[in-house]
Ligand binder design. Sequence first.
Ligand code: SF4
Length: 312
Amino acid sequence: MKYLFGPVPSRRLGHSLGIDLIPFKTCTYDCIYCELGRTTHLKDKPAAYMSAKEIKAELDTFFANHHPPVDFITLGGSGEPTLNANLAQIVEIVKNLNKAPLAVLTNGSLLWREEIVNALLKADVVLPSLDTVFIKTWKKINRPHPLLKLETIINGLKGFRRKYKGQIWLEILFVRGVNDTEVEIEALHRVLEEISPEKIQLNTVVRPPAERGVEPLTKKDLEEIKEKLGPKAEIVVDFKRPIEERAELLNLREEIIALLSRRPCVLEDIVHALGAHINTVIKMMDGLQKENLVDAYLHNGKRYYLIRKGER
Ligand code: SF4
């Protein structure tokens, strides 16, 4: 599978079958806390990326075979899914399949664009983010594409609420010392009352962020914010999960090193041999090259990885 991943256990969505609609790190934002690293393709408008036909073929294969339970089919992945200009067709395909409710994970920055609003009206749950209502903080935490405007985005979220009949679960990710002050939270609260999501989901930095020095809030800090934001607010951070994930990643790292000690491999070989998600492998290869443990070279137009001589 190139575009489908999971089902992965998700605290917010149960067993979530993910669909990655855009090339790795294609986003309207370059958040300082992004667990996928720096944004390499900063965009402000949709383009034709993965086609609806390709995604339909993978969904058909997945559901034609015996598969684990799926609570949600989720548009998300390694960037901003609403940047895919085929979004409306993809939504249509998932809804026509009628296998599980459709959730859309979005940073909410394009919910003022009519074609995106119309496409998402058919989703069962839309999970946008809004980390701040102040331009200075927004530029600091989300590092948006220069052509985007926070006011347009907030008005877009309000407009979407008026049109959309499904559930909106709005996420706020808090970074210590950036968007966690009294002033920030009070101003966000006022705007959230107007957007009126069904749930306000509080998160913080638990996985390794894109930038150094980006610190999480404690559970106690989040509990205090939850009180301030009222009964719709809930904490969705799994403080234990990153420790388990770190152990899994350490195993994966050792397995990649062992595999590349035996023979050079392209990315797809590693993904298939170890059954890992392509985004995780891309990140790991990047890290291993920075540590000078792995070299890459081009052969017949393909990028091969191998262990650097003398390392094993
Ligand atoms: S919006 Fe999401 S994918 Fe884009 S940079 Fe921020 S955290 Fe990463």
